[in-house]
Design a protein around this ligand. Structure first.
Ligand code: AMP
Ligand code: MG
Length: 392
């Protein structure tokens, strides 16, 4: 059995970025990272553009100009303006080649066919040169850039519709257990409704991993082994629920061993979630989470989350941890460090009643986990505690 810090380090060390390329339309490319440099197909702006509502001038020594026309945004006029002449112009409109500056309208007095500007301005004043942001053929955004809304807007402005991005992992969730029935089926004696697959699937959707398939297998060695073989070969990440403990009908560990999955750790000194397994085979990351629902979800947030971020080559890979003032007393039994379901609000945290690893009701009310290290046996009201903020 290893400690939490060591287990987290092993997840960080053995989780590798997915280096496969995929193509996404821009509207679906949010949060992906660019797989290659994207080259601009155009100059941006494509033409000399007015940055103001005002007057495009062909500069001369006097402050008075002859007004000879008007250009609005979207017009494709190219009037010839001689020295001392001006055209009315609006923001985003093309500045004629023969104009060399734009005076904002607030600094202009208009009299019939003449305008008087308040002061002299320099050449190119209030003109956005063609290609000011990026020139045709230059790198618009570099490989690895995360596609934020601003990046999507910028690429759209270049007329780009599709981008090469790093593929996100495809993920299989495998639930084990003869006792599990699906919602909609009759709950006969000895059975329970299966909850971990939808819970984990939703946790993944929340993090914008949508390529998730669900699988279930009975507590049977051969079936477990063949199902795991199949999903490990087809996925970047396999999350198994249950069957990893020490019961006579827990077959996941043996199946993973026979499938030659390289074990990085099995069993972590923590509560909940002691029987946690992490391993890899080729480029597939494999977690076997304990079946108890609250333990499974805790392990997801503390460990699987990190593997997902690593696979995406993210720079920040752990959920945020902050200090908060405890509103509740808590006494820890035993020497295992504990993750406690809690509600965080504005610098304060309430540890909830009902910390059993089987209790999802408490988890459903939580937005945080309080981390209680091994050497702390009790928390008093007002104590400063470490809080992991959940992405809820
Ligand atoms: P296991 O880790 O397989 O020993 O399961 C531990 C506990 O979690 C048992 O009470 C199981 O019935 C329960 N459990 C396991 N898998 C699930 C699941 N997918 N949904 C709900 N409960 C589960
Ligand atoms: Mg089981």
């Amino acid at each position: 059995m290893i400690g939490i810090v060591e287990a987290i380090e092993l997840v960080k060390t053995h989780s590798k970025p997915i280096t496969k390329e995929t193509h996404k339309s821009l509207e679906k490319a949010g949060r992906y990272s660019l797989y290659k440099n994207v080259v601009s197909p155009i100059n941006m702006p494509p033409f000399r553009q007015s940055a103001m509502d005002g007057y495009a001038l062909c500069l001369h020594d006097s402050l008075t100009y002859q007004l000879i026309g008007e250009i609005k945004a979207g017009d494709s006029l190219q009037p010839t303006i001689k020295k001392g002449e001006a055209v009315r112009i609006f923001t985003g409109a093309p500045v004629p080649d023969t104009a060399n500056a734009v005076m904002m309208q607030e600094k202009v007095t208009v009299t019939d066919s003449q305008i008087i500007v308040e002061f002299q301005i320099d050449t190119n004043h209030n003109i956005r040169p063609a290609g000011e942001q990026v020139k045709k053929g230059d790198v618009a955004l570099k490989k690895g850039t995360k596609l934020t809304p601003a990046a999507i807007g910028y690429l759209s402005s270049l007329g780009i519709q599709e981008v090469p991005v790093f593929k996100k992992p495809n993920i299989a969730i495998v639930t084990t257990g003869n006792e599990l029935v699906e919602a909609g089926q009759q709950l006969t004696y000895g059975k329970i409704y299966e909850s971990n697959s939808k819970m984990l699937q939703n946790a993944l959707y929340n993090l914008r991993f949508y390529d998730v398939s669900l699988h279930k297998v009975e507590d049977d060695f051969d079936r477990t082994k063949s199902k795991l073989d199949e999903v490990i070969n087809k996925n970047d990440l396999v999350i198994i629920s249950g069957g990893i403990s020490v019961g006579d009908y827990d077959f996941v560990g043996k199946a993973l061993e026979e499938l030659h999955v390289e074990e990085h750790f099995y069993k972590v000194k923590q509560k909940p979630g002691k029987p946690l397994f992490f391993g890899t085979k080729n480029n597939t990351h494999i977690f076997a989470l304990p079946g108890n629902p609250a333990a499974a979800l805790t392990c997801f947030y503390v460990y699987v989350y990190i593997a997902l971020q690593k696979m995406m080559d993210a720079s920040v890979v752990e959920l945020p941890r902050i200090k908060a003032k405890s509103l509740t007393k808590f006494i820890k039994h035993g020497d295992r460090p504990q993750f406690l379901k809690a509600v965080y609000n504005d610098g304060e945290v309430e540890i909830l009643e009902g910390q059993s690893s089987a209790m999802l009701q408490t988890f459903a009310l939580s937005n945080a986990l309080v981390y209680m290290p091994e050497d702390h046996s009790n928390i008093e009201i007002g104590d400063s505690v470490e809080v992991i903020l959940l992405p809820v």
